[in-house]
Ligand binder design. Structure first.
Ligand SMILES: *[C@@H]1O[C@H](CO)[C@@H](O)[C@H](O)[C@H]1NC(C)=O
Ligand SMILES: *[C@@H]1O[C@H](CO)[C@@H](O)[C@H](O)[C@H]1NC(C)=O
Ligand SMILES: *[C@@H]1O[C@H](CO)[C@@H](O)[C@H](O)[C@H]1NC(C)=O
Ligand SMILES: *[C@@H]1O[C@H](CO)[C@@H](O)[C@H](O)[C@H]1NC(C)=O
Ligand SMILES: *[C@@H]1O[C@H](CO)[C@@H](O)[C@H](O)[C@H]1NC(C)=O
Ligand SMILES: *[C@@H]1O[C@H](CO)[C@@H](O)[C@H](O)[C@H]1NC(C)=O
Ligand SMILES: *[C@@H]1O[C@H](CO)[C@@H](O)[C@H](O)[C@H]1NC(C)=O
Length: 673
């Protein structure tokens, strides 16, 4: 056997597959490897296995083409196995990448139906966590996905049948002599070696990570005691899966060995293919030759161009304070944003929202498509907390929040950089005889998505974030029509108020809870109120306040739905564009829940946790009458005081309605009490 291994390691790029049960595989580079590739995976001309190229939101798979015989012993115990591989992750940015690599043992070759991004090309929403998957994966994860309870954005985890790791640890290793823990950064761009060992008798799986210049550390990084016999079938495929998210990242595997019932053969590290150069050496040669010339050139340029530079400086000037140093990677240069949006040209304007104008852009170096929001803002008050909050929300990825990539500050202006959402905002699918409308299933999914995003902001993140401006025009649809809530917490910037004499209430009429309008204080309940209005508008295809012809004919949506309910024909309030395509129970649930959330008494509204449970059907909706909504009396939303001390700081789509506010209040009073 020993001689056999020697032979194998002597022949570079050679695969050996012993015909017996104890399979052994070794690849010192993949130049002539016959792997089964799919997605964006490829093998480069010098023999690197490149699982992902510069394509966003994609996955790549590379599997050993034949199934491996994991034949169980007579008592049903899965055999031991061991694997070694060398990987490297090279990202566009030094401190931001996505999403990671996984070594995977799976019953199928290529994991059909799996999703990219946080799903790492391993699972999808439906089968994640399902015991019928029979998948074991070792993930090298570079993004913290809160939905899978990730510990940080740089960890190694053992995943069984789902992305919620059974055991995980921050990337690093225990040094042999000192025993001290040394951190490693998975996205450093340097190759690293991984050992995965499963002992079928001890029923224990160990994962060890180390840089390639040291041997295998004695103490494993992650160790899990678990019998894999029920998970591993007799014949399984082995390979790698990788996925990208919003940041261009290349995931490479340089070499790989695997063995059943024994130690996987060591890789010949010196024979592994070289990674593509990332900056570095090329520049130093360039500098030694070109430096004198450049200095001379620069000096003359500096003199002649002084005026130009000063002007340009002013044009691209930014505000940068000490406390922002920590957010280095999340800060964009104004110049880059200027170039991305071609000087904020009108042609790139996507829309004008409550807080400022939004432009489409393509970042100059990374070519990422982004949406840039320019928010004018004079006050420095609250800015530090605000930036801290948006940066940390931006660090996490929730599938129902618009990913925030970073920000930039100038005098009197804040620029927020978001992922570009190709399908735009939800309101254009709902109101004013839309060209394209959404089916009931799509709408219900959108509602559940937004509820989950808002619940996350309220309760699941480390601090409570009040959205303050939930409405259809702040819900964006990504490429797969997933709803993503945008503009979270933005209203807060204005809430502190530049003028302490008056209470500025930020939000949009029709979505504003009465106590919010009175006290100017936003709470989780005021968000729930706005969410109620949102539920109704999605179900009914109408705005919360529809200006109808003359000034005295404004119709309040909540009244309208209520009157249908009290006549016992709540389903008739639905959007006529739905036709007969709807699920009556779901529609009724949404409309009733909308009424519940619109209760004028904050305590009577459900929490977002309950809203999610109602929508998911985990708990039944209580009778409306039990919370004080009954057919004879209406206790919804708005009342006169709510409107009299009301001050809108920002224009919104409801401006027109607002100018009729007193008549709205009147009609409310007459219809409402
Ligand atoms: C590669 O593997 C596939 C699947 O086993 C096989 O059909 C094919 O002939 C192999 N190709 C080469 C060049 O060995
Ligand atoms: C990535 O790979 C896919 C499939 O091989 C290819 O279609 C695409 O053009 C590649 N993208 C880049 C940026 O190289
Ligand atoms: C199962 O069989 C293997 C070898 O055949 C043995 O090493 C192991 O101890 C047995 N396990 C049990 C639970 O009997
Ligand atoms: C999820 O993956 C499973 C298993 O690969 C597949 O059968 C299913 O169709 C996928 N579901 C979706 C919604 O893509
Ligand atoms: C697991 O998958 C099976 C088959 O696809 C399905 O019948 C079952 O409902 C799923 N279970 C869960 C908890 O998702
Ligand atoms: C390793 O990283 C963690 C978290 O980033 C940090 O708290 C710790 O101090 C680091 N340890 C060393 C030895 O650098
Ligand atoms: C895992 O690591 C522990 C601690 O070093 C060791 O005792 C055990 O034998 C290892 N198990 C395997 C399967 O390598």
């Amino acid at each position: 056997m020993a001689m056999f291994f020697k032979l194998v390691t002597l022949l570079p790029f050679l695969v050996s597959l012993v015909a017996s049960e104890d399979t052994s595989i070794i690849y010192n580079g993949f130049r002539s490897a016959n792997l089964s590739l799919d997605g964006i995976a490829e093998i480069t001309s010098n023999g690197l296995l490149k699982l992902t190229n510069d394509t966003r939101q994609h996955k790549g798979h590379a599997f050993f083409p034949n199934p491996i015989n994991f034949k169980k012993s007579s008592n049903g115990t899965a055999p031991s196995f061991s694997t070694i591989f060398v990987f490297a992750i090279i990202s566009q940015y030094p401190t931001l990448s996505g999403h990671g690599i996984a070594f995977v043992i799976a019953p199928t070759r290529g994991l059909p139906g799996a999703l990219p991004s946080q799903y790492l090309g391993l699972f999808n929403e439906t089968n994640n966590g399902n015991a019928t998957n029979h998948v074991v994966a070792i993930e090298l994860d570079t993004i913290q996905s809160s939905e899978f309870a990730d510990i940080n954005d740089n960890h190694v985890g053992i995943d069984i049948n789902g992305l919620k790791s059974d055991r995980s640890a921050p990337a690093g290793y225990y040094a042999d002599n000192s025993g001290g823990f040394r951190n490693l950064s998975l996205i450093s761009g340097h190759p690293m070696q991984v050992w995965v060992d499963y002992d079928g008798v001890q029923k224990q799986i160990n994962v060890t990570l180390a840089p390639t210049n040291i041997g295998k550390p004695k103490v494993p990084l992650v160790s899990l005691s678990r019998d894999l016999s029920p998970i591993i079938n007799d014949n399984m495929y082995i390979g790698f899966s990788s996925s990208t998210g919003s940041v261009l990242s290349n995931h490479y595997v340089l070499g790989w060995s695997f063995k059943i019932n024994g130690q996987a053969p060591d890789l010949a590290l010196s024979q592994l293919p070289k990674l593509p150069r990332i900056g570095g050496k090329k520049r130093s040669i360039f500098l030694t030759i070109g430096l004198p010339v450049i200095i001379v050139g620069l000096v003359s340029l500096a003199i002649s161009g002084l005026v130009y530079v000063v002007r340009r400086k002013r044009k691209f000037a930014e505000l940068l304070e000490d406390w922002e140093v920590d957010y280095g990677t999340h800060r964009f240069k104004f110049k880059d944003l200027y170039i991305a949006t071609r000087g904020f040209r009108e042609k790139e304007l996507l829309g004008t929202g409550g807080f400022g104008r939004v432009y489409r852009g393509i970042l100059p170096t990374s070519k990422i498509e982004v949406a840039v929001k320019r928010v004018s803002h004079e006050s420095r008050q609250g800015m530090k907390e605000f930036v801290a909050e948006i940066v940390s929300i931006g660090r996490l990825r929730h599938r129902n929040l618009v990913p925030l990539l970073g920000y930039c500050r100038r005098k009197g202006e804040l620029l927020l950089v978001y992922d570009y959402m190709p399908n735009g905002s939800l309101d254009k699918y709902l109101f004013n005889q839309p060209e394209v409308t959404l089916s009931w299933n799509q709408r219900f999914r959108v509602l559940k998505g937004v509820a989950s995003g808002l619940f996350y902001l309220h309760e699941e993140w480390e601090q409570v974030v009040i959205h303050r401006d939930v409405k259809a025009s702040n819900v964006l649809l990504d490429g797969e029509l997933n709803a993503r809530l945008g503009d979270f917490g933005l209203a807060r910037l204005y809430d502190h108020g530049t003028d302490p004499q008056t209470t500025h209430v930020v939000g949009t009429l029709g979505y504003l809870a009465p106590e919010h309008a009175r006290s100017g204080k936003a709470t989780r309940s005021t968000d729930v109120f706005a969410f109620g209005a949102f539920l109704l508008e999605v179900a009914c295809g109408r705005r919360p306040i529809e200006p109808r012809g003359g000034p005295n004919e404004d119709v309040l949506l909540v009244d309208w739905v209520f009157s249908h309910w009290s006549r016992g024909e709540i389903l008739e309030a639905r959007d006529p564009n739905l036709g007969t395509d709807f699920v009556a129970e779901e529609l009724e649930l949404v409309l009733k829940l909308g009424l519940m959330c619109s209760h004028s008494e904050p305590a009577a509204r459900p929490s977002m946790r309950q809203v999610v449970q109602f929508l998911e059907g985990d708990i039944p909706l209580p009778e409306l009458s039990s919370i004080g909504i009954c057919a004879t009396g209406l206790t919804f939303g708005h009342n006169k005081e709510g409107f009299t001390d009301f001050a809108m700081s920002y224009p919104s789509s409801m401006d027109k309605a607002f100018s009729h506010s007193s008549s709205v209040a009147d009609s409310l009073l007459s219809g409402g009490r």
